[in-house]
Design a protein around this ligand. Structure first.
Ligand code: C5P
Length: 409
């Protein structure tokens, strides 16, 4: 999302959402701490929050208008979008169980939750509520959903609660929340916006090759690497399209998504999308073979003409090689290689055979790589081999994009 609202003085903007909870007064201290770190703070309050702290307090502290209602600003009829665009980090502190649940479900029924749904910048959430509400499986499930989606959760502290109970649920110390917000700002600034205007296509996950309507042939790919690449490219300003086989991951925000099943489906999507891509990264673990015939009805065990014991497989199209053969001069094509031995020589051979500009090669087997959050890889081009240390897939994604940017230079 390009910024519509320019920063006035070069300071980053944190949009701080305050919700209706007794800890709302602690958000005043958080504003102060962020301001001391040279951050501009804009406050959005839920209607309930205004019963605990008057908007005037935040207005006086921030020297900014304090937004509450969706239609409060006559000059800005789509205020929720401009707020979302202004945010370099969007922080909600304190966040009630109710607002947490709305965020987890994508409910947008007031200015704060509507802006939160529109935001593409990092989201920091500091929950605060009664211990039983906090420990309720619904709340814990909502926290898990939001964390899996990439939100930074600043867990509640244990201690004496306003309601008289003792336990977990107290808002984390403002200094701890401020540090999480500043950390998110630092992480954002550490990444270059060097893919602004660049179109990136990523394939991810396994493919599933039907035997009949209920059975299929597939592999153990988690899709984590491809999803990390899509997120990383989006963070660096690219227009990203993710073509994904079935995985148990949250769709990255701000990324155009195409879900596919079989290798032939994935090939069809790539044939359509590849011509418009500047960089294409083929991270999917495409099934090498598919059943020659996918039965239109469920095959019966032990029935002679439903031969489940012998399924004839035929090779799938090689999507990477097919697209690389159609590559025009402005396009950069990157493939992956998972090898159990001779990693670099095999990657070099694959680079030439498939016509890619770079192969990301890694050693697999014995729990390595598939499904893991870290990876150790070599970046192999026709003129170089770069050995990378083991790192998080998010970091590897950025290293791959650094190399892609260098290839295009
Ligand atoms: O041949 P191999 O499966 O080792 O090649 C891996 C690379 O080729 C990956 O980038 C993968 O996405 C791509 N590939 C493909 N279509 C296939 C097989 C692999 O795009 N049928």
């Amino acid at each position: 999302m390009t910024k519509l609202v320019e920063r006035e003085d070069g300071r980053p903007t944190v949009v701080l959402g305050v919700t209706g909870c007794i800890a709302a007064y602690k958000a005043c201290e958080l504003v102060r701490l962020l301001q001391k770190a040279d951050v501009r703070v804009k406050v959005v309050m839920t209607e309930h929050a205004t019963h605990f702290v008057d908007p005037l307090t935040f207005r006086a502290l921030t020297h900014e208008e304090v937004a509450v209602g969706l239609f409060d600003d006559p000059w800005d009829p789509i205020h929720h979008i401009s707020l979302a665009q202004e945010a370099d980090v969007f922080c909600i502190a304190p966040c009630t169980g109710n607002v947490l649940a709305k965020l987890a479900c994508g409910i947008a029924d007031d200015l704060l939750t509507t802006a939160a749904l529109a935001v593409t910048s990092p989201l920091v959430i500091a929950p605060a509520m009664n211990v039983h509400m906090y420990e309720h499986p619904a709340t814990q499930g909502n926290l898990d959903v939001l964390a899996a989606r990439g939100a930074c959760i600043v867990s509640a502290d244990e201690g004496y609660l306003a309601c008289g109970d003792v336990g977990r649920g107290r808002l984390a110390e403002p200094a701890v929340i401020a540090e999480a917000v500043l950390g998110a700002l630092r992480a954002r600034d550490a990444r270059p916006r060097d893919l602004e205007g660049v179109r990136v296509l990523v394939t991810a996950g396994p493919t599933v090759e039907p035997i009949d309507p209920v059975r299929f042939v597939s592999n153990r790919s988690s899709g984590k690497m491809g999803y990390a690449l899509a997120r990383a490219a989006q963070q660096r300003g690219a227009a990203v399209t993710l073509v994904s086989g079935p995985v148990a991951l949250e769709r990255p925000q701000g990324v155009s998504f195409r879900g596919v099943g079989s290798a032939c489906d994935m090939l069809g999507a790539c044939e359509e999308l590849f011509p418009a891509a500047d960089i294409a990264v083929f991270a999917a673990a495409v099934a090498d073979y598919r059943p020659e015939h996918a039965a239109p009805r469920k095959l019966k065990k032990g029935r002679a003409d439903d031969d489940l014991e012998c399924i004839r497989l035929v090779p799938n199209p090689d999507i990477l090689a097919t697209m690389a053969a159609r590559k025009s001069s402005g396009q950069t094509v990157i493939g992956f290689a998972a090898e159990t031995e001779d990693v670099v020589p095999n990657a070099r051979e694959k680079l030439a055979r498939k016509g890619a500009d770079m192969i990301v090669a890694n050693q697999v087997g014995e729990g390595l790589v598939f499904g893991a959050d870290t990876d150790k890889a070599y970046l192999v081009t026709s003129s170089s081999v770069e050995e990378l240390p083991e790192m998080a897939k998010d970091d590897l994604a950025h290293a791959i994009l650094d190399a892609a940017v260098a290839l295009r230079a």
